[in-house]
Each structure stands twice: as structure tokens, then as C-alpha cells.
Design a protein around this ligand. Structure first.
Ligand code: ZN
Length: 145
């Protein structure tokens, strides 16, 4: 199977079976982010516990890339320390800014590497980053409490 086709399958799988979708009622911070150029939206709840990410839940609408990316992000971040999560976040942002030149480190990004091809399409990068920027905002807000 072609790598691109495999990646598309990973993205579609997260889109059809989103992880951690459905907002939990208790949280330390809630954010709402939109990507007006595509119509993607996500609301994200986060809870921290002793410097680690205890839970992330989200709800949203939008294109398959945006929704799959939030699913992949939440799956990766839950249970990690905020410090480790920052490494993952920076790695994903770096991948999205690579203009198709990087393939991503699967040790760090796991399913996130399936988004590598998106970096070739400037109009879609915001779709892929929506959930990650929501995470960044939410963790900052939760940490300052
Ligand atoms: Zn989109």
C-alpha cells in the first residue's frame, strides 16, 4: 500500500471514530477555536493534575482533517506531562510548517505523522492545526489557575 493511502486511512479512521469526542462536564479550562477559512470549529475541555494532562475532551464540526487532527492530538496528549506534551506540540507545528519536506517523527507524533502531507497545502494547514492551537490555549489557561 502506498504511504499516502495508508495515511489517508488513519485520518479517515479518526474522523469516523473520533477519540475523546464529547465534552466532559468538569474541567480546568475550556476554549473554543474556529478556522473561518474552512468553517472548522472545536470546543476543548482540559483538566490537569500535578503537571500532567488528566483529561482532554472536545466537540466540533468541520472537515475531516480538522476533526481527525483533534482526535489524534487528544489521544497523544492525555496522560502526558505538560512538558512532554509541549515537545509533541512543537514537533507537530514544525511538521505543518515543513511545506511537505518533513515526514515527522513517529516516535513522538504517532498517528500525527499521517498529517505530514497536509503541510504541502497552505489552505489546509489551519485545519490540521485547529485542535492543537486549542490545546495550546487551553493548557496555558489551565496552568495559570
Ligand atoms: Zn478544514
Amino acid at each position: 500500500m502506498e504511504l499516502d493511502a495508508l495515511y489517508q486511512e488513519v485520518i479517515l479512521d479518526h474522523y469516523k471514530h473520533p477519540q475523546h469526542k464529547g465534552l466532559v462536564p468538569t474541567y480546568d479550562a475550556q476554549v473554543h477555536h474556529v478556522n473561518p477559512s474552512c468553517g472548522d470549529e472545536t470546543t476543548l475541555n482540559i483538566s490537569l493534575d500535578n503537571g500532567s494532562i488528566k483529561s482532554i475532551s472536545w466537540d466540533g464540526v468541520g472537515c475531516s482533517i480538522s476533526q481527525a487532527s483533534v482526535s489524534i492530538m487528544s489521544d497523544l496528549m492525555i496522560g502526558k506531562s505538560v512538558k512532554d506534551a509541549e515537545v509533541i506540540l512543537n514537533s507537530f507545528v514544525d511538521l505543518m510548517q515543513s511545506k511537505g519536506l518533513k515526514s515527522g517523527d513517529p516516535q513522538i507524533l504517532e498517528d500525527g505523522v499521517s498529517m505530514a502531507g497536509v503541510s504541502k497545502f497552505p489552505a489546509r494547514i489551519k485545519c490540521a492545526l485547529l485542535g492543537w492551537m486549542a490545546y495550546k490555549d487551553a493548557v496555558l489557561s489551565a496552568s495559570s489557575k
